[in-house]
Each structure stands twice: as structure tokens, then as C-alpha cells.
Write a protein that binds this ligand. Structure first.
Ligand code: GLP
Length: 245
């Protein structure tokens, strides 16, 4: 289903509330397992979660998180790392425990990557799967860093970034030539196993890729179209992103 909100702000508040409801629905000590995304899209969701933590006592003590992706190679302390992004936007401002945070490791030796990615996947499974995965969407139709050509049953793995994705990231890196060529990403199959999936998109800039994702033919050319196959997906849009539907 598609839900359109008047603004990205009101939509983000509603997504944050959904996350808070899942956390609060758990009985004492029971874990909530969240799949998290980076990029500009979820920033307001995280800001609202921080507000709920500070003003309404929402606790992340029993929350375990798995981020979708990380550039490769990438040092966690680098300004462009998704570790830095998550600390700045969420983790440094709530009571989550560092041991409960999982972000693909961009420092690993290439030889270890396959085993590492398999273990990332297994860890999610051992915890009973993701209660909720939130997603943004890239202009190539990628979710996580599952670029065009990604298989619907793909798992966590090393991928090559699309040229358009690297161009879109060039601002953060001071030029496209500085954007890593590769990334580690959860797969489409990993994302699909989540009990609930919310894809968010804001502004007219995303209108044409949202039209393809929601109404287009299901194809690996636009990986987000695979989401049409799941009953557990909600597209949460603002008026701009929904303007071509
Ligand atoms: C990056 C991230 C994606 C994100 C996409 C959209 O490539 N790896 O997870 O959805 O960008 O970014 P933004 O939200 O900034 O538009």
C-alpha cells in the first residue's frame, strides 16, 4: 500500500511512531530488531526518535539494529562512513548499547568478506529476523545498495556502485572520483525477510523513480520494483514524491 502525507515531516513522525510502537509492544527484556537506512531520507525519522527518547522516555536498551549498507572500503571514523552518519543522527543521542549495533564493516580484508557477509545474514536470522526494515530509494531504483541487476534472492554481499549513485554521493566526498567504487549491502532477499518494510521517499526529485517502483514492471532493472511482490511493504511518500502516481 501507498500512503501519502502532506509533508516529509509529518510522514517521518508517523514512521518514528510506528518504530516506537514496535519497541513498546515487546514484553520485558524482549528484543526489537530494526533494519536501518542512511541517506537524507530517514534523517527526520531519527530526529523524532531522539525526541521521543528525550521527552517521552522511549528506550533503546532492548533494541538491536542492523544497517543496510556501508561503502567499501570505508573506515568507521571517516566523516562519510555510515557509522559516522548513524552516530550523529541517532546512536549518540539514545540509550542503545554499542554491542547491539551492527553496520557492515568497511575495513575488512577482501578475503574475509564472504564469510563476514554470511555471518551478518545469519546473525539476523538467529535473532528471529528483522521486525521492521526502513528504506530510502536511490535514483537508480536501488534499495540499500542493491543496484540494477540485483537478484531478488540476493543476500548480504559486496557490490559495485552504479555511476549515477556515485555521482549522487559526490557532494559528500568532494568529487565523484573520491566515492568508493564498491559497497557492502544487505541483499534484496535479506530485506524481504523482514516482517515489515517501509520505503520512504520525499520530494519531486524522487517522483519518477517512485512511479517506476510502485507502478512499473517488476524487473531487476529497478530493484525497488521487487517490493511490489511483498504484502508487508508500505510506501510512505510526501506529496512531491507521489506526484507522478
Ligand atoms: C544511498 C543509500 C540508500 C539510500 C539512498 C537514497 O545510496 N545507500 O540506502 O536509500 O542513498 O539517498 P537519499 O535518502 O539521500 O536520497
Amino acid at each position: 500500500p501507498v500512503t501519502v502525507f502532506p509533508t516529509a515531516n509529518s510522514a517521518s513522525i508517523s514512521v518514528a511512531r510506528r518504530i516506537a510502537d514496535i519497541i513498546k509492544s515487546k514484553s520485558d527484556g524482549e528484543k526489537t530488531v530494526l533494519g536501518l537506512a542512511t541517506g537524507a531520507t530517514p534523517v527526520k525519522v531519527y530526529a523524532e526518535l531522539v525526541r521521543l527518547h528525550r521527552e517521552e522516555g522511549l528506550s533503546f536498551k532492548n533494541v538491536i539494529t542492523f544497517n543496510l549498507d556501508e561503502y567499501y572500503p570505508m573506515k568507521p571514523l571517516a566523516a562519510q562512513s555510515y557509522v559516522a552518519f548513524m552516530k550523529e543522527n541517532l546512536f549518540d543521542h539514545v540509550d542503545i548499547e554499542w554491542k547491539n549495533i551492527n553496520i557492515p564493516d568497511g575495513t575488512l580484508d577482501a578475503d574475509y568478506l564472504q564469510a563476514y557477509c554470511y555471518e551478518y545474514e545469519q546473525k539476523i536470522t538467529r535473532l528471529g529476523g528483522l521486525d521492521l526494515q526502513i528504506l530510502g530509494i536511490g535514483r537508480t531504483g536501488h534499495i540499500g545498495f542493491n543496484e540494477p541487476g540485483s537478484a531478488p534472492n540476493s543476500g548480504t554481499r559486496l557490490v559495485t556502485l552504479d555511476d549515477l549513485t556515485r555521482r549522487d554521493a559526490s557532494h559528500d566526498f568532494g568529487g565523484k572520483e573520491n566515492v568508493p567504487v564498491k559497497a557492502i549491502t544487505m541483499g534484496i532477499g535479506t530485506i524481504f525477510k523482514a516482517k515489515e518494510i517501509i520505503l520512504m521517499a520525499w520530494s519531486q526529485k524522487k517522483a519518477s523513480i517512485i512511479k517506476k517502483a510502485v507502478e512499473g514492471e517488476i524487473s531487476s532493472d529497478v530493484p525497488a520494483t521487487y517490493l511490489q511482490l511483498s504484502d508487508n511493504v508500505e510506501f510512505i511518500l510526501d506529496e512531491g514524491a507521489a506526484s507522478s502516481l
